[in-house]
Design a binder for this molecule. Structure first.
Ligand code: NAD
Ligand code: 6OD
Length: 486
């Protein structure tokens, strides 16, 4: 059986708990690897290695040399993309077409963009008058924040891990990463990449385990960690935020969502249907940016529902390597039970099921996997659980609206505020509506079109802070002002 190990101070090692947990292939339900669970003392060693590395050869690299090393990491991920792809697919069951187009290339791209940004980073200067007329010069200087604790979820494992590791390293920090217990493999592979390009031991470390009472909690509680960057559920983010307040440590939180899509009658209907299929069902709905609430202007409501339902029924579950597979399984049986509970809640609240609502027949080889049908409801009230709560599965509810004001009101009536989508051909409407939407990311006539320089994050209960471009550099550096009297 394949083993997934911790990576501490440049070496792969077992956990001193002596415990191993299973990595399960969600397509089949079969165990594909066994993972070494780190103990509190393993986490302690990882953090200490990361602290020591802050003053070693890593700290002596020029900005340009560090950026060149970060670029080399990106090249090395590209060189090993087949290995990363296989590991990501084994952990997540996602279609190979998706992982090879998005997850793995973004792993490399995250390193490239932040290497470029840090090498070209400009600082500010403020010449000032002094009472004696001699003058003074203030300038800002950035230094690494220190040891960064990185905790990530299972839905886009390599993409989300590297979204944090890359800027943290590019800014000269050291890292202790804890991937999700469901998807440990690609993060573990990064250890080999770091060694291959000569990243000094201790700069990058990986510990495996769970949240409370395990490696996740031990990492966030460790006072040798200077800042924590977390992506995951809102409730977990709240818990981590409380822990981070001890020692007044910085925290960046990318949390849950219940994103709305507004489809106006003047839209390109075909594009809106195709785009909403992507925004609802990509990665089996397990993307924080997915739209689980779709509001359609009444004159096109029936036409939209009919076309959207047909397109959802055409999605094809299957093995990741099959080119015809367009939708994978959920991540685990536990998550499937959660999603199925919303199928039941929708049924008892009187939903009309436009498509799905059950478990697909995927044949005997895949019958142990965590499959559910892409599911569309209409007819639910806005305060019903399937419409109000994040399901994080291949589901959405479609409701009609009659005016722009009503559409904005419906979109904003959620405690979450991560992303929103607007479908309209009216440019004035796009400019009028978008700023009124309470979300950190608004897409017009598209979905999940990413420029990595732009601010990424959520408002309300969807997060604290922004990452991406200079916003990441803000989080991963300490800025100081230096004032020199002439
Ligand atoms: P989760 O919060 O259960 O787990 C995320 C990570 O936190 C895992 O590595 C887990 O082991 C760890 N963890 C759990 N409890 C912890 C604790 N008390 N202390 C330290 N670590 C702890 O989330 P998940 O189920 O893995 O991911 C799905 C959720 O993530 C959804 O809510 C989704 O919306 C959200 N998400 C948000 C974004 C975003 O960018 N806003 C992106 C992806 C996923
Ligand atoms: O594209 C990104 O940078 C990003 N952070 C995506 C997050 C997706 C959530 O599941």
């Amino acid at each position: 059986m394949k083993q997934v190990l911790n990576f501490i101070d440049g070496n792969y090692q077992d956990g001193s708990t002596g415990r191993w947990f299973d990595a399960v292939n969600p397509c089949t339900g079969q165990v594909h690897a066994t993972v070494a669970e780190a103990s509190g003392s393993d986490v302690d060693r990882a953090v200490n290695a990361a602290r020591a590395a802050l003053t070693g050869p890593w700290a002596k690299l020029s900005r340009a040399a560090r950026a060149a090393m970060i670029q080399a990491i990106a090249d090395e991920i590209d060189r090993r993309s087949a290995i990363f792809l296989e590991a990501e697919i084994a952990d997540t069951g996602k279609p190979q077409s998706l992982a090879s187009a998005v997850d793995i290339p973004r792993g490399a791209a995250n390193f490239r963009i932040f290497a470029d940004m840090t090498v070209n980073l400009a600082e500010h200067a403020w010449p000032m008058d002094t009472p004696d007329g001699a003058g003074a010069l203030n300038y800002s200087a950035r230094s690494p924040k220190g040891v960064i604790g990185v905790i990530s979820p299972w839905n886009l494992p390599l993409l989300l891990m590297t979204w944090k590791i890359a800027p943290a390293l590019a800014c000269g920090n050291t890292v202790v990463a804890k991937p999700s217990e469901e998807t440990p493999s690609t993060c573990a592979l990064l250890g080999d990449v770091m060694n291959a390009v000569g990243v000094p031991p201790g700069v990058f470390n990986v510990v495996h385990g769970f949240g409370p009472g395990s490696a996740g909690e031990a990492l966030t509680m460790h006072r040798g960690v200077d800042a924590i960057t977390f992506t995951g559920e809102t409730r977990t983010g709240e818990a981590i935020s409380r822990v981070a307040s001890t020692g007044a440590r910085d925290v960046s939180l990318e949390l849950g969502g219940k994103n709305a899509s507004l489809v106006f009658a003047d839209c390109d209907l075909e594009a809106a249907v195709e785009g909403t299929i992507r925004s609802t069902f990509t990665n089996c709905g397990q993307v924080c940016l997915c739209t689980e609430r779709v509001y359609v202007e009444r004159p096109i409501f029936d036409a939209f529902v009919e076309r959207f339902g047909r397109a959802a029924q055409a999605l094809k579950p299957g093995v990741p390597k099959d080119r015809e597979t367009t939708i994978g399984p959920l991540i685990s049986e536990e998550h499937r039970q959660k999603v199925l509970s919303y199928f039941d809640k929708a049924a008892s609240a009187g939903a009309t099921v436009v498509s799905g609502g059950g478990i697909p027949d995927v044949g005997p080889e895949l019958s142990g996997g965590f499959w559910v049908e892409p599911t569309i409801w209409t007819g639910l009230s806005e305060d019903s659980a399937p419409v109000a709560e994040e399901v994080f599965g291949p589901v959405c509810h479609i409701a009609p609206f009659d005016s722009e004001e009503e559409a904005i009101h419906l979109a904003n009536a959620s405690p979450y505020g991560l992303a929103a989508v607007v479908w309209t051909r009216d440019l004035a409407r796009a400019h009028r509506v978008s700023p009124q939407l309470e979300a950190g990311i608004i897409w017009v006539n598209t979905w999940n079109l990413r420029d990595l320089r732009t601010p990424f994050g959520g408002s309300k209960q969807s997060g604290v802070g922004r990452e991406g471009g200079v916003y990441s550099l803000e989080f991963y550096t300490e800025i100081k002002n230096i004032c020199i009297k002439m």
